[in-house]
Ligand binder design. Structure first.
Ligand code: FAD
Length: 498
């Protein structure tokens, strides 16, 4: 323990041969975004198509896989493509937690909740710039289309919900686990992806890995129906026709430093938690067809274990009492290099991002473990007595159920009394891009810069904007993908085939 779930998952993922392949790298797409570059970069309609299906889905994260499964339930033929060699994008390295008002679990814990309260928290947590229609649709379908859907595929959620990091309320299902047919156990986002992929295998739906979409084809540059996609695979250029529609499930752009810097210069010197393929080029391809975007400047960055050449910003301290309650970050304490707490650890992610970035930087140290706080303080080279004093004050706050210093919510005040204690050196890393394509919240249709739906083009998950507003509540990401991936598939099923 002592590590957040997401980090454990990411680390173990990167250890695998598959993970190594995923880090092989995808060329950045540069800055030639359609808007502001004048003429749209139109792709000609090919004379011959290499493959065709009712729906072409780009991406094998939660969004793409669930869209494929639901499209197949609707009796559609499906092509699923991914440019990487490994399935799962950011989803497979994610924590995989999911927020949903859950009458059964929450009732047992005496927690009052409802989709309305989930809406309020998501909307207020996003500074009310979120698309209310989209948020409404998400919270109303969160339990059924995310938590219960994955449960039906065999994902086992814990009996208790917790306040997942950044979720700001006790409605997080964290974390799911899954046992595959060979008896192997999976946790975190990898559990969700394995369960989705096992279902894909069961219905005989392949995914085409190493297939990079390099453009979207439309009847005319800014008019008419989207017809398919241009693909690069095995050194060849191929054309895949979509008889009913193309679903973009291609994720965010957190790994595209050029785009990040363009939208939020403050993150220029940060590392990312994202997989190498999170470069966002499908946003550009859609913009070439006139698609609009929103909230591109809102880039979430959160604490992660840090290693040189990046600098440390603070230490995350954990103890036995906390580990017994939750593996989630808000229950721990953060201290800077002076041994002082500097923020309510249960706060919104953007608050923690700015507070973390404001701390003096230092050379990172490896994770430390000690039986006493004094020993831990020495191991991580904090000023003598500083951590002891910070922990003394914090334990007093836990006792009094009142954090005078930072007003941390009393429900997550758990003392640090029993060792072993651990300290992990952390820094803020680019984590999630809240902006993306503008879509209609009740259909998933991509909207152009003139407010019109682009016929045949749909998008869901991190490639879209509007769900999270200025600040994504932790664990609304999985739900966003699972809910809107399904919605896109249902919308496409209603389209008359070409
Ligand atoms: C480390 C980490 C931990 C997280 N933990 C949580 C959590 O616990 N709870 C939560 O709610 N959210 C979490 N998130 C956020 C959430 O998991 C992601 O937003 C979500 O997984 C994105 O899913 P997606 O389907 O939209 O995209 P992805 O899962 O990223 O999938 C997109 C896929 O599209 C492919 N692709 C992209 N461009 C192309 C192209 N041109 N051609 C072909 N393929 C392409 C990519 O290779 C990728 O495989 C986490 C994110 C990270 C990075």
């Amino acid at each position: 323990m002592g590590k957040t779930g997401v980090e454990v998952t990411r680390r173990s993922f990167l250890k695998t041969a598959a993970g190594a392949a995923a880090t092989a790298g995808i060329a950045g797409t540069g800055l030639a975004i359609g808007r502001g570059t004048g003429e749209a970069a139109a792709l000609p309609v090919p004379k011959k198509w290499d493959k065709q299906a009712d729906v072409v889905i780009i991406g094998t994260g939660y969004t793409g896989l669930v869209a494929a499964l639901v499209a197949r339930e609707q009796k559609l033929s499906v092509l699923v493509l991914d440019k990487m060699d490994v399935v799962g994008g950011n989803s497979v390295i994610a924590g995989g937690g999911a927020n949903a008002a859950d009458p059964v679990r929450q009732k047992r814990q005496g927690i009052e909740d409802s989709p309305d309260l989930h809406f309020k928290h998501t909307f207020e947590g996003g500074d009310m710039i979120n698309d209310p229609e989209k948020v409404r649709y998400m919270v109303d379908h969160a339990l059924e289309d995310c938590v219960n859907y994955l449960e039906r595929l065999g994902v086992v959620w814990p009996e208790k919900v917790v306040r997942g990091y950044g979720s700001l309320y006790e409605r997080t299902h964290y974390v799911g686990s899954y046992k595959d047919k060979a008896g192997r156990s999976w946790r975190f986002g990898a559990a969700n992806i394995r369960a989705l992929m096992d279902k894909m295998d069961e219905i005989g739906q392949p995914v085409l890995m190493g297939h990079e979409v390099t453009g979207i084809i439309r009847e005319k540059p800014l008019e008419g129906r989207v017809l398919g996609v241009e693909v690069k695979a095995g050194g060849k250029k191929l054309y895949f026709r979509a008889k009913r529609g193309v679903i973009l499930a291609s994720g965010g752009f957190g790994a595209n430093i050029e785009w990040v810097v363009k939208h939020d210069r403050r993150l220029a010197h940060t590392d990312t938690s994202n997989h190498k393929g999170a470069t966002g080029e499908c946003i550009k391809f859609a913009e070439d067809l006139g698609a609009d975007t929103l909230h591109m400047d809102y880039i979430q960055a959160i604490p992660y274990e840090v290693k040189a050449p990046f600098k440390g910003m603070f230490f995350e301290i954990d103890g036995e009492e906390i580990r017994k309650v939750s593996a989630s970050m808000p229950y721990r304490i953060f201290v800077n290099k002076d041994g002082k707490r500097f923020v309510d650890e249960g706060q919104r992610r953007d608050v923690i991002k700015f507070a973390g970035c404001a701390q003096p930087l230092f050379e990172p140290l490896p994770m430390a473990k000690a039986d006493t706080i004094e020993e831990l303080e020495e191991k991580i080279r904090l000023p003598k007595g500083s951590l002891v004093e910070a922990v003394r004050k914090y334990n007093a706050a836990c006792e009094a159920k009142k954090d005078e210093e930072f007003s941390k919510n009393p429900t997550i005040l758990v003392p640090l009394k029993t060792g072993p204690f651990t300290a992990i050196c952390k820094a803020i890393k680019r984590h999630h891009t809240m902006g993306g394509l503008l879509v209609k919240g009740t259909t998933g249709e991509v909207i152009d810069r003139w407010g019109r739906e682009i016929p045949g083009l749909y998008a869901a998950g991190e490639v879209t904007g509007g769900t999270h507003g200025a600040n994504r509540l932790g664990h609304n990401g999985t739900v966003d993908c699972m809910v809107f991936g399904q919605l896109c598939a249902r919308t496409v099923a209603k389209v008359k085939p070409l």
